[in-house]
Ligand binder design. Structure first.
Ligand SMILES: Cc1cc2nc3c(=O)[nH]c(=O)nc-3n(C[C@H](O)[C@H](O)[C@H](O)COP(=O)(O)O)c2cc1C
Length: 369
């Protein structure tokens, strides 16, 4: 039914308008107690065997919503109602900003992909912190807060902008993510170089510890799939050295070579980050490489082209403790997260592993022998 609706309604609408419309429905539904209880009962993960622990946090299941969908933390309960067990809000920047001019989001339906150059449109760290502080959660959901650089802040002053966000948001975050991998903020990805990343991550760690002295807020870094393999290794080593909690692999790609012939149309020329199915292979590759490098010393989060339970299972076997999705939700609709949790439970039952934790990295370990 969703596919038919998508064909008839959403594909005829501007993708960003369609996003806002769907978003409004989700938020509205989550405000009606009977409806949200009913939908959550249908879609939320309730497989005992999928219970997951990541960086000291207990979750009902490993699958969550990737950053960028709920930038301003306005629909945490709504997305949780749809079965995403953790919600990563943001990217939130130090200051509010409108993002890039429209049109900035494009669908590549044949490739089950999206191209976006949203440019961190968000209400800024002060407004989002206030919203999180006044929130009365309906569902027990893990909330990650993803932070990035305000566009107008010069690269040399980036750390100060991240620190401002961390100071305001860390207290409201179950975990914090330093995003240095969006292709839509000029110069942002150069912060992935270890000389720039080391002081940045240290400053954010210090800010989180200073503002939240009674709890160690888990800190992760989110990386691009376009890093060269040696740079992936360098970030992994740095994350271990600095005592980070994890790495999220990956953000969107600026590469276009994985697109099918059909999509090599006018849209391919659009600048921005490509996500969805064409990102699958490289994201998985980066994840396996990270796991081979760091093993259990860091918690890895696999994201990029996860369309179904099999994809999520492959990420877990490659080394991910948590898995996230965004683009496939657009194509699959409201049953997306449920199908993934349900399919994961079936795969785990049919596997030689007694627990999900035992399955994490099993394929990568096998390949290394
Ligand atoms: C429209 C759109 C906006 C996004 N915005 C952000 C963002 O603000 N911060 C971020 O870290 N990632 C952002 N992402 C990247 C996703 O979180 C994810 O890493 C990427 O899309 C790959 O996953 P997918 O193939 O399941 O979409 C965005 C992705 C899309 C499609």
């Amino acid at each position: 039914m969703y596919r038919l609706f998508f064909q008839l309604v959403f594909t005829r609408m501007d993708p960003e308008r369609a996003h806002h419309l769907a978003f409004r429905w989700i938020r509205l539904a989550a405000r009606v107690p009977v409806l949200r209880t009913f939908v959550a009962a249908l879609l939320a993960p309730r497989h005992e065997e999928l219970r997951t622990e990541a960086f000291g946090l207990r979750m009902h299941g490993p699958f969550g919503l990737a950053a960028g969908f709920d930038k301003n933390a306005v629909a945490i309960d709504g997305m949780s109602m749809l079965g995403f067990d953790h919600i990563e809000i943001g990217t939130v920047t130090g200051e509010p900003q409108p993002g890039n001019p429209r049109k900035r989001l494009f669908r590549l339906v044949e490739d089950r992909a999206l191209i976006n150059r949203m440019g961190f449109n968000n209400e800024g760290s002060a407004a989002v912190a206030e919203r999180l502080a006044s929130r009365t959660p309906v569902f027990r959901t893990t909330v990650g807060v993803n932070i990035g650089k305000t566009k107008t802040v010069p690269e040399g002053e980036a750390a100060g902008d991240y620190v401002k966000s961390a100071e305001r948001l860390a207290a409201h975050a179950d975990y914090l993510v330093v995003n240095v991998s969006s292709p839509n903020t000029p110069g942002l990805r150069s912060l992935q170089a270890t000389e720039a990343l080391r002081p940045l991550l240290s400053a954010v760690r210090e800010a989180a510890d200073r503002t939240v002295p009674d709890r160690r807020v888990p800190l992760l870094v989110k990386i691009a799939p376009d890093l060269a393999d040696e740079d992936v290794d360098a970030v992994a080593d740095l994350a271990v050295e600095l005592g980070l909690d994890g790495i999220i692999a990956t953000n969107t790609t600026i590469a276009r070579d994985s697109l099918g012939l059909k999509s090599r149309s006018s849209l391919v020329a659009e600048t921005g980050g490509l996500s969805g199915a064409p990102l699958k292979e490289r994201s998985l590759e980066v994840l396996s490489r990270l796991y081979a490098r760091v093993g259990d010393r860091l918690t890895l989060v696999g994201v990029g082209g996860v369309e179904n339970a099999e994809d999520a299972w492959q990420r877990i076997l490659a080394g991910a403790t948590l898995v996230q999705g965004y683009s496939a939700f657009v194509y699959e609709g409201p049953f997306y997260a449920r199908a993934i949790h349900k399919g994961l439970a079936a795969r785990l039952a049919a596997s030689p592993y007694a627990t999900l934790a035992e399955a994490v990295g099993a394929e990568t370990r096998k390949a290394a022998k």
